[in-house]
Ligand binder design. Structure first.
Ligand SMILES: [Zn+2]
Length: 710
């Protein structure tokens, strides 16, 4: 839209006030998204935001009421200060009356308004500088941890370029501005999954996540982008990321409201899309996309959404009227079949596959349907079990999404309401413009674990979360990293626990572990899997947390990287999700390679690679001594063998680095020398292996092979 006279005048006034001289409307158009975001209108929007002063400290009667208000009045919430007894909220007279009924009282939030206005003035000055040719900021000003819309898409491009078989973009539709030919964006989905393991006609379980449907919720899209990085970069380096992408699909609509997000990136507290047909030319224009979903749209008689175009929860003129919601809904409907009947109390079958997560901020909540009223959804108990698993990771309050008042036309209505797919809303953190410190230290790591859990259980989300988790999985002999030769047994250890629920809002029953199993390369849900039993380390399964122990035979495993899948079962009969480890089998080629001279003395001992290793060497002259330094972990036993070509004899000595002899073997011509020795110290040690020419050939005629293994 063109810059209005008023906007131009006000931009000029600001530029003059800060000594930048005058600038024209043409200069004010930035190089990108000129129609969507000219600096004059941004300035004006920032000015309008400053004038909004209906902001209140809302003192609550108790914490339970406060949390429920945070659900119902989420759109009004600007800051929560639970410890000091109030929420900072933007409220009109009617909304204040509705809260008074629950015992709230109000004071004007003068400090909040003053700090906000200082921040907005800084942003206005920066915008005016950009209009005069200063460079575009590289990320959201003051929030370098959050990618802009463009940076988000560029990061997705980077993942696709690095691993084209694992990642690709899908164009799901257009933003409102794009439908108007006024800039805007495609509504893109980053689709993750190993195309090389697709089987025609076989659907993989699908996790769908959308974020930033409300523009100002800064943490949301960056968290989901971080999850994409964990998956794609982790394929081949993290066992769980590898099997998830090999056997499941993850679909990420990182920016469900990119037009609105650009307003928020400029510093505005923008929530809705930017549809200028509603509350035209104001900061309150547009439709609340999370009240515009078709199923149950306007289903609570005007309580759970607003018919006022200027309201923050304006539901739009008709169900699914907005292009962003049309894109999201048709994408979701393309992912999963409809497995729920038409009645509100028709349950989806227990084996229904798929999860939809809608990531918002803020309020530290994990929410599930229904939001329209207090009725428990027909799959409500299973949703509650999974919600309490998610909340174990992020420490949020798990609860059904109805608060003091209902909501309608929300995102879970397309996935759960229409199709019966498990749907959740996360409310991350404690503010819209969350500090990078809180995001990096707490919100990102904790919620990343919740998203990983979702990707693990997405095959049967109404069943698997009832079962125990396997944690602390480890393989002996560095078998998961450096690897072992086939035939060397590997010890598996770990823990199975049924107890990892958030019980802050009701408590979830736990059962004793009754079994655990592993399979190699073929996951246990596949009928072709050969599963092996894992014993309880203490000899019997009788507790809700048990240590696991198994010895894995590696005979016959091919050279390369294998995946060991481990899962456990509880007394309810439910198998929990898989946790995996790599098991690497080394080729029987020299790990340390050939002998390198000089190595005739202790001091010039040749360094070797990780055990197991193999060295090919030769006795250079009569009486030659060759030395090799090996690194032996604490508590491990190494086996060293030395064989020489026919007609030649070499002997074997093991020394510490001071030259003290620890063991020796000097069998005669034609026999293999061998030493077995345990490092009993609490530290990893370097030892020296000496090969000593005894008799027979030298040079090519004195060749030997030295093996060091566990
Ligand atoms: Zn939101």
């Amino acid at each position: 839209m063109p810059m209005s006279t008023l906007q131009r005048r006000s931009a000029l006034a600001l530029a003059a006030a800060i000594g930048l001289g005058s600038f024209t409307a043409a200069q004010a158009h930035g190089p990108r998204h000129a129609a969507a975001l000219d600096s004059g209108s941004l300035h004006e929007e920032l000015e309008r935001e400053k004038s909004q002063d209906n902001i209140w400290k809302a003192f609550f009667p108790d914490l339970v009421t406060a949390r429920k208000a945070a659900i119902s009045f989420h759109n009004n919430l600007l800051e929560s200060d639970y410890e000091r007894g109030f929420l900072v909220m933007e409220l009109d007279a009617d909304e204040m009356d509705r809260l008074r009924r629950f015992g709230f009282r109000f004071e004007r939030a003068a400090e909040f308004i003053e700090q906000r206005n200082q921040r907005l003035t800084v942003l206005q000055i920066e915008a005016a500088r950009r209009a005069l040719g200063a460079p575009e900021p590289l990320s959201i000003p003051g929030y370098s941890c959050y990618e802009t819309v463009e940076e988000t898409f560029a990061a997705g491009d980077g993942l696709i370029a690095a691993k084209p078989t694992l990642a690709r973009w899908v164009d799901a539709g257009d933003s409102w501005l794009k439908t108007q030919g006024a800039g805007g964006y495609d509504i893109r989905v980053l689709k993750l999954g190993n195309a090389a393991t697709d089987v025609a006609g076989v659907a993989k379980p699908k996790l769908f996540i959308n974020s930033a449907i409300h523009a100002r919720e800064y943490t949301t899209a960056p968290l989901v982008l971080e999850f994409a990085r964990w998956l794609v970069n982790g394929h081949g380096t993290i066992a769980d990321a590898t099997w998830i992408l090999d056997h499941h699909e993850v679909h990420l609509m990182l920016h469900a409201n990119p037009d609105g997000r650009k307003r928020a990136e400029g510093g505005l507290s923008w929530r809705k899309n930017v549809n200028n047909n509603f509350c035209t030319n104001s900061n309150n224009r547009g439709v609340d996309l999370n009240r515009n979903f078709s199923f149950g749209w306007n289903g609570t008689g005007g309580v759970g959404s607003s018919g006022n175009a200027c309201d923050l929860t304006f539901r739009g003129p008709s169900a699914g009227s907005e292009p962003e919601i049309q894109a999201l809904q048709s994408y979701v409907r393309s992912l999963w079949p409809d497995r729920r009947g038409p009645g509100r109390q028709d349950a989806a079958p227990a084996d229904t596959s798929g999860i939809h997560l809608d990531i918002h901020s803020y309020s530290q909540l994990v929410l599930w349907p229904w939001g329209e009223d207090e009725t428990v959804a027909p799959n409500g108990l299973a949703l509650q079990t999974l919600g309490r698993r998610f909340a174990f990771f992020n420490n949020y309050t798990p609860t059904q999404s109805v608060g003091l008042y209902p909501t309608d036309g929300t995102s879970d209505n397309v996935s759960y309401g229409e199709l019966g797919v498990a749907a959740f809303t996360f409310e991350l953190g404690t503010s819209f413009f969350q500090s990078c410190t809180a995001y990096n230290n707490t919100i990102k790591p904790q919620n990343l674990n919740a998203l990983i859990y979702a990707a693990k259980v997405v095959r049967t989300p109404y069943i698997t979360p009832g079962g125990p988790e396997v944690t602390g999985l480890a393989l002996s002999n560095n078998a998961a990293s450096a690897g072992v030769f086939a035939g060397i047994p590997v010890n598996l250890t770990g823990s199975a626990t049924d107890a990892r629920f958030n019980n802050s809002n009701g408590s979830e029953p736990v059962q004793a572990i009754v079994a655990a199993q592993y399979s190699i390369d073929v996951p246990p849900w596949d009928p072709a899997a050969r599963t092996r039993t894992i014993q309880a380390a203490d000899g019997s399964y009788n507790s809700s947390t048990e240590a696991l122990a198994a010895s894995i035979k590696t005979n016959g495993l091919a050279t390369g990287t294998h995946i060991v899948y481990v899962r456990a079962q509880d007394a309810s009969g439910t198998w929990g999700p898989v946790t995996a480890s790599f098991l690497r089998i080394n080729a029987t080629v020299p790990n340390a390679g050939n002998e390198v001279e000089p190595n005739d003395t202790l001091a010039t001992a040749q360094a070797t690679g990780a055990i197991p290793l193999q060295v090919s060497g030769s006795a250079g002259v009569n009486g030659d001594q060759d030395h090799y330094r090996i690194a032996v972990p604490a508590g491990t036993t190494v086996t060293i063998t030395l064989s020489s070509v026919a007609g030649s004899d070499n002997n074997l000595v093991l020394l510490d680095t001071q030259g003290n002899v620890l063991a020796s073997s000097s069998r005669g011509m034609g026999q293999t020398d061998a030493i077995k020795r345990r490092n009993d110290s609490p530290f990893g040690l370097n030892w020296i292996v000496r090969v000593q020419h005894a008799s027979g050939g030298t040079g090519a005629n004195g060749a030997y092979t030295l093996n060091v293994g566990y």
